[in-house]
Write a protein that binds this ligand. Structure first.
Ligand SMILES: [Zn+2]
Length: 245
């Protein structure tokens, strides 16, 4: 008998069975995710009964346990894009531990994750393309360190939520007291959002190094500041390699 521990579920391996239990190790929230994982895995199996899925034999009430066929030949590497396309789900946790091989066939042994959904064949390539796009969209920074100060950066979908005092709609705002930068994101391009991030970062630099700029509107001092932010952003957008140095 062996035990494998995941974040939301633990798996007991006995003979030809894998029995999954929600795990309490990370608190009740993850325990509930584990229950949900069992329930979803069971319903995915009932709906799809797909030859690339490990069969679920039984799911206990509220997903308190789930009995699945055990596979001993785990692939132990991430799947390629072509291999992913053969599976009935998109968005699988491609961590090299969730797929087994049997008779040359890939078998998903963990498909209870909440974000998964079944994709009908005709929509598959489109969904995969969307996912590939999402995967390659560059990430946005969550914090920035300016000298000794670390500012947390949050992104909001409503321009009226940018202003910490909710007095006006803004593209971005830096608050020196709470060390936060808030940026209006919604459907804006990555480069466009980064322009605003850089604008606020330059404000942060000016504040730290006592470079006097008037704040709040694009007045005479604000213009060179914004031009500098634009220039920095343009150079970094045009030279992605520079961001790694
Ligand atoms: Zn400004």
């Amino acid at each position: 008998m062996q035990i494998r521990r995941g974040v939301t579920r633990s798996v007991l391996l006995i003979g030809n069975l894998a029995i999954k239990f929600p795990s309490l190790r990370h608190g009740q929230r993850y325990f509930i995710y584990g229950m949900l994982g069992n329930v979803l895995e069971s319903s995915h199996w009932k709906q799809c009964n797909h030859h690339n899925l490990a069969p679920v034999y039984h799911c206990g009430p509220f997903g308190l346990w789930l009995v699945m066929k055990r596979y001993r030949t785990i692939l132990e590497r991430s799947l390629t894009a072509d291999e992913l396309a053969t599976l009935p789900f998109i968005g699988i946790d491609n961590n090299g531990a969730n797929v087994a091989v049997e008779d040359g066939r890939l078998i998903l042994v963990d498909y209870g994750n909440v974000g998964w959904y079944y994709i009908a064949e005709e929509n598959r390539s489109e969904s995969l393309a969307t996912q590939a796009q999402e995967d390659t969209a560059p990430a946005l920074p969550e914090s920035v360190k300016i000298a000794d100060l670390v500012y947390k950066i949050t992104y909001v979908d409503n321009a009226s939520e940018v202003d910490i005092h909710r007095r006006q709609s803004l593209w971005g705002q830096i608050d020196y007291w709470t060390r936060t930068i808030r940026v209006y994101k919604a459907e804006r391009d990555h480069a466009d959002v980064m322009q605003t991030v850089w604008h606020e970062v330059v404000h942060g630099i000016c504040d730290k190094f006592h470079i006097d700029v008037s704040e709040g509107d694009l007045g005479s001092q604000e213009k060179p500041l914004d031009l500098l932010a634009t220039a920095i952003n343009l150079v970094l957008q045009d030279n992605p390699g520079l961001r790694n140095f």
